[in-house]
Design a protein around this ligand. Structure first.
Ligand code: SF4
Length: 331
């Protein structure tokens, strides 16, 4: 602790700290060292144990093939018809993409509704894959074109599922009925299916099927049906077209924002400041697109409105800058 600031403490639960420790051990033991690992000052740090006192909202994150550094997360919604940015926001970089989808979709839907437009389809990459997101989109009557993440298996080989009975059966034709719900330490709700121990005990296949436990157990997510529907859409012809559409719509816009609109490195501190810079970049991008599409040249009145809006952003932004605590490194 330095000066008058309170002592830092780690609020992350023990199981998350253990996970961090294991991950860092694996990185150290891995024959393929991460980018930047050979630098003499390189250290393995985690958002669970450290933060940057200069910019406490910034989070350590890493993109494949790039060195880990302090970042902000930028989420954006782009209209596939015209390539217009319909939403942009800054978030902490240690969150998953998937956790922001519901909030973004609600905001975009409300904004479109005010303009008498309806969102019917939503395209996103596998980072947004999540059972509760699929369920949310179905309830909002929006077709989600989000590929399921790689680890998901639509069926378990040798264990067919009976939807009416809500049970699996094994290669010896013994049932694995639904036994109850289970919430893991990350808060995900799962369904348990078990074979009867007395069946497995006398089964000639036990040594191959479950050599170390009393009986076979299957754990599935409660959103299995939503995952299956998403998986079906992903592998349909339309799903493949949608993937190409997503890649040719959103990804170039991200590229433009980072290359030409100043979002590669943002020179302000704090999430609120980052959010405003992102908004201004999106406004500039949309205005340019409007002019390119042959829109009327904006009158002085429009520019005045934009400058007024910008000034009010600056005012709010200045109000939100507060002195920041000096170092806090958790013990
Ligand atoms: S060990 Fe149990 S689950 Fe596996 S095949 Fe035999 S009876 Fe079925």
């Amino acid at each position: 602790m330095v000066g008058r600031y309170p002592p830092a403490h780690i609020s992350a639960p023990a199981h998350e700290l253990k996970r961090v420790e294991k991950h860092q051990r694996n990185l150290r033991d891995s024959p393929v060292r991460p980018v930047g690992a050979s630098h003499k000052k390189a250290r393995l740090l985690s958002n669970k144990t450290h933060y940057n006192p200069h910019d406490p909202d910034a989070r350590i994150s890493v993109k494949p093939g790039k060195a880990r550094k302090l970042n902000y997360h930028c989420s954006m919604a782009v209209d596939t018809a015209e390539g217009v940015i319909s939403h942009i926001q800054a978030d902490f970089a240690d969150g998953r993409d998937s956790q922001y989808l519901t909030n973004i979709s609600l905001q975009v839907q409300n904004r479109l509704r005010k303009n008498e437009l309806i969102m019917t389809d939503l395209l996103a990459d596998a980072g947004y894959s999540n059972g509760s997101n699929y369920d949310f989109l179905e309830q909002r009557k929006v077709t989600g074109w989000i590929p399921v993440f790689g680890k998901y298996k639509p069926e378990i080989e040798g264990f067919p599922y009976n939807k009416e009975k809500d049970e699996y059966s094994c290669p010896m034709n013994r049932p694995l009925p639904f036994k109850g719900f289970y919430t893991n330490r990350d808060g995900s709700v799962l369904k348990n299916y078990w074979a009867a121990p007395k069946d497995c005990k006398v089964c000639p296949m036990k040594s191959q099927c479950v050599p170390n436990t009393k009986c076979k157990k299957i754990i599935r997510t409660v959103y299995d049906e939503q995952y299956l529907r998403a998986y079906g859409r992903q592998h349909s012809n339309r799903g493949k077209q949608m993937k190409k559409l997503r890649q040719s719509t959103v990804e170039p816009v991200f590229g433009s924002l980072t290359q030409f609109y100043g979002l590669r490195k943002i020179g302000v501190l704090g999430k609120a400041g980052e959010h405003k810079v992102m908004l201004m970049a999106a406004i500039a991008f949309n205005l340019k697109k409007y002019l390119k599409k042959g829109g009327r040249k904006p009158s002085l009145g429009i520019f005045k409105t934009i400058i007024d809006a910008f000034q009010s952003y600056l005012t709010i932004f200045c109000q939100q800058i507060r002195s920041r605590p000096v170092l806090l490194k958790a013990p």
